[in-house]
Design a protein around this ligand. Sequence first.
Ligand SMILES: Nc1ncnc2c1ncn2[C@@H]1O[C@H](COP(=O)(O)OP(=O)(O)OP(=O)(O)O)[C@@H](O)[C@H]1O
Length: 365
Amino acid sequence: MSQISRETVLRELDRLKLPDGGTLVSRGMVKAVTVEKTGAESEVRFVIEAESADQARRMEDIRAAAVHLVEGIPGVGRAVAVLTAHQAQGAAAPKAPPPDLKIGGHPKPQAAKLKPAGVKQIIAVGSGKGGVGKSTVAVNLAVALAKAGKRVGLLDADIYGPSGPRMLGLSGKPQVDDDNMILPPEAYGVRMMSIGLMVEEGQAVVWRGPMLMGALQQFLGEVLWGELDVLIVDLPPGTGDVFLTLAQKSELAGIVMVSTPQDVALIDARKGIDMAKKLNVPIFGLIENMATYICPNCGHEAHPFGHGGVAREAKSLGVPLLAQLPIDLDTRLGGDEGRPVAAGEGAMARAYADLASRLSEIAGI
Ligand SMILES: Nc1ncnc2c1ncn2[C@@H]1O[C@H](COP(=O)(O)OP(=O)(O)OP(=O)(O)O)[C@@H](O)[C@H]1O
């Protein structure tokens, strides 16, 4: 039996959901994991650090469940978990970000392609042109997949205009664990990491090729994503360095392209599709956003950005048209207020559920 790694233990513990949201791992509560070989089997020890003494007292069942899970890993003979409290009773426990949390340094030499250990597949969401609703689609698609029971991560790699945190209602710097792995915060069942969580809102990020590569490397290799069925990557608009790096340096399962039906958007989208083809990245399909506008007063349907352009494009390229999403006020408000429309119950939530199910079928999520 090969040596059990700390990663294996964390992946197993990551399956344990906490009653008040997240998992022991995503909340940064697992500390000091050690694995010691004792004859043919291994003994695993770890600490579960609660946020207060009060919480620690209520976590005995979780501790026992964690031990049980780890003892289920083949090759583990015994697991020992100790509950401790981070702070005095009743105190909130906002942990200061460690000083060495740096994103955007130069890349380290990398031999193998980058795919986080527990992540089954990486799917990029791209667009040719900015402002067509790519981030809105990426966030809502991620939420809809999570709602359908998938384990989902969202990497907001739109370094020029990271909007993922605002759209998911997340703020504050992420925490790191004892091994300097970044813990992605979670909202609506989606684990998210974004350059937007690292810099002040509105602050410009001026990075060129090598720094971008360093950032991506860190996002993929130094974030504790845990077990995910899919990691959605929200690309910057256009056919730039981030897409190129991701396609060449990671194991990208495929890409979906978002466009409005407008000619100018479609021309740019075509360039993106061309690049994906050249890089041998499968195109899972096109999504037409802002396809129609239905007047809330009279019900009249209008097509401010043209009509049917993306459907025609999909047909001529021989790729699926995954969705046609209308212009919708709640989508915009939900994005601004950090309440993704896909998390709700209305017609748009159903449209995103359909999109999630079509993509799951095509990509095998
Ligand atoms: N279907 C829609 N109905 C109404 N508003 C929408 C829709 N899709 C997106 N929007 C709004 O359009 C604006 C731009 O969307 P978003 O930021 O998602 O675009 P983007 O393509 O990611 O842009 P960029 O890449 O330039 O950041 C946002 O205010 C968003 O709320």
